[in-house]
Design a protein. Sequence first.
Length: 387
Amino acid sequence: MTRPYQRPPALLVLEDGTVFRGRVFACAHQQRVLGEVVFNTAMTGYQEVLTDPSYKGQMVTMTYPLIGTYGINDEDMESARVQVEAFLVKEYQDLPSNWRSRRSLAEFLESQGVMGVEGIDTRRLTRHIRLVGAMRGIIATDTDNFGELLDQVRAFPGLVGVDMVRKVTCAAPYRWENGPQPDVVWKEDHCGFRVAALDFGVKYNILRHLEQCGCQVLVFPAHTPAEKILATEPDGIFLSNGPGDPAAVTYGIDTVRKLLGHKPVFGICLGHQLMGLALGGRTFKLKFGHRGTNQPVKDLRTGRVEVTSQNHGFCVDLESLSHMPLRPTHFHLNDNTLEGMEHLEIPAFSVQFHPEAAPGPHDATYLFDRFVDLMRRNKGDSTPDVP
């Protein structure tokens, strides 16, 4: 049913003074929203984007012009709630048509108190971010006072140097079995490998993939000490995705440093960056980041080009790790940035992209099998390597 009320105007002001006008299609709890403005090039998967904890602190612009056509369902949640600060689209479709749809996008956003804005010139906004870079922004529905809004957004500290992981990590450990389970113990009758996952902002589909590979998974808050994790005697350690500046997650870097060398480690996205920092490297902020489901990455082991799903604004500086026994495994073909690495002396590897494909292509799901194979070989099993 078409929403009955008149959609109020909304004003987006970027920190460089650029202004965009639109209309509210989902009302928020507040009349002004601050965040880092970024864009995502995916044509589908907006529900997964909205609920991805890696977007905490950001206002996401979708480059595909028509959003909302298939509504919201109960199966495609990547966390327990909407994580973005606001959602910006060119045209909102309020009449979803899909057999799995349970409610409209606007109803979903409003239930979470998150603002949705349509009518934004998303093509112009995306081009501006590509040329100038991701920047701080404010959306307001209560005023047209440009000067006041510009002062407010410039006073906003942004995400660089800010620990966003504490805002999204779980409050207590839990076991994953077809969803979060309250008991935090390994099942003795389970024959799969035991994986301890550090939740820096983990997506549910990552945990689903580990479970589909036959693994038991215990999920730990990001601030859990390494000693407590190792005391559970896992077969492997998984470092999850997450939001914000990796250099600000100092406790996570320390934990990863203490875990490396004890058990096989597999990190993705923020987990990849934290592993790089734990090994003595540096990270840097990309101009506008990699966000979408069509990011081309070359696997140096096979020579194959994979189309990957990505969502990150920081990158590991490969040159800063030149002193370490590391081998780069993947590179981004658009800007030649590091997308994957493996340690040559201890069982540890990581990738910058999202192999769990939620949303996105399935080109890189083999990496979960590679992690299982690494745990198998670490336990002395002679099963052949996964390619």
